[in-house]
Ligand binder design. Structure first.
Ligand SMILES: NC(=O)c1ccc[n+]([C@@H]2O[C@H](COP(=O)([O-])OP(=O)(O)OC[C@H]3O[C@@H](n4cnc5c(N)ncnc54)[C@H](OP(=O)(O)O)[C@@H]3O)[C@@H](O)[C@H]2O)c1
Length: 253
């Protein structure tokens, strides 16, 4: 991978622009404060014309380099946070962490494997889904209005946390994760959850892969839901490239 642009902050110790063989661990390291309080990073892949899905899946958008970044961001996180739509559409399973990475995580004071946390108002998740047949118990963040029998069924396979009445309130949801020591939050969306995090001012970073594809009209982008009151300004931390894809890391300005 090559670096096209680097953090313009003169205090930054980044290597010079254009340097090949970027150290991705360094490029995507969480800031120090993320160990102390919730820091929410999102990771998305989209086509050059802004689509976040093709045929309801993100898989057709990502190539090998995107998959490397996708995995690395998981390995750097304390928890992978997703909306139930993404968990269902993408048939989510466990985060896969190879032995060498487990060791690095342990040495860095992280759990060997980050749990997946799913946000759902309906609690409409199948307890027999592969998401729940995993080494680390997932967390289900739901609300009081979710049908009690569904909550009870999920309690057998996950830690179920109620964070709100009719919907999941995202501030208490992040607080519930932080109480468990899960402050380096990686959200993989989807677009509905992503837009709410952004609207609430809870999104600290966006890691975006732009794939060299045109998906055509009628596709969902990386934000879905109600229009925001105004745009949220971001600053570019880095821009990497491999195989005609762009890898952007933005931080909230
Ligand atoms: N390109 C990418 O990187 C990428 C990443 C992720 C997803 N996607 C694509 O995005 C599509 C899915 O989009 P989506 O917008 O449906 O995904 P989503 O945001 O993951 O899921 C929406 C669902 O999450 C739950 N939810 C979200 N916010 C909530 C809140 N505040 N309180 C309670 N529940 C909440 C609800 O679940 P319940 O219905 O259970 O109540 C809601 O229906 C798929 O096609 C997927 O492939 C693409």
């Amino acid at each position: 991978m090559r670096r096209l642009l680097t953090d313009p902050d003169p205090a930054s110790a980044e290597p010079p622009s254009g340097a090949p063989d970027v150290d991705l661990d360094e490029a995507y390291a969480y800031p120090a404060e993320a160990a102390r309080s919730s820091f929410v990073r999102s990771n998305f892949v989209c086509s050059a014309d802004g689509a976040a899905e093709v045929g309801g899946r993100s898989g057709p958008l990502g190539g090998p380099a995107d998959r490397r970044v996708f995995q690395l961001l998981r390995w750097l996180s304390d928890v992978v946070l997703v909306g139930a739509g993404t968990a269902r559409h993408e048939n989510y399973g466990a985060v896969v962490v190879p032995a060498e990475r487990r060791e690095r995580r342990r040495a860095a004071g992280l759990a060997e494997v980050p749990p997946v946390a799913v946000v759902t108002a309906s609690a409409g998740l199948d307890p027999a889904a592969r998401l729940f047949a995993v080494e680390v118990r997932p967390i289900v963040l739901t609300c009081a209005a979710a049908p009690p029998e569904r909550r009870a069924a999920l309690s057998a396979v996950a830690d179920v946390v109620v964070c709100g009445e009719q919907t999941v309130e995202l501030v208490p949801a992040l607080a519930a994760l932080a109480e468990r020591g899960l402050t380096r939050v990686l959200t993989e969306g989807g677009p509905t959850l992503h837009a709410q995090l952004g609207a609430a001012g809870l999104l600290d970073e966006l890691c975006l892969t732009v794939a060299p594809l045109l998906a055509g009209p009628g596709r969902i982008g990386i934000g879905q839901g109600q229009p925001w009151a105004g745009p949220v300004a971001m600053r570019l931390v880095h821009l990497l490239t491999e195989d005609d894809s762009l890898f952007l890391r933005y931080r909230r300005a």
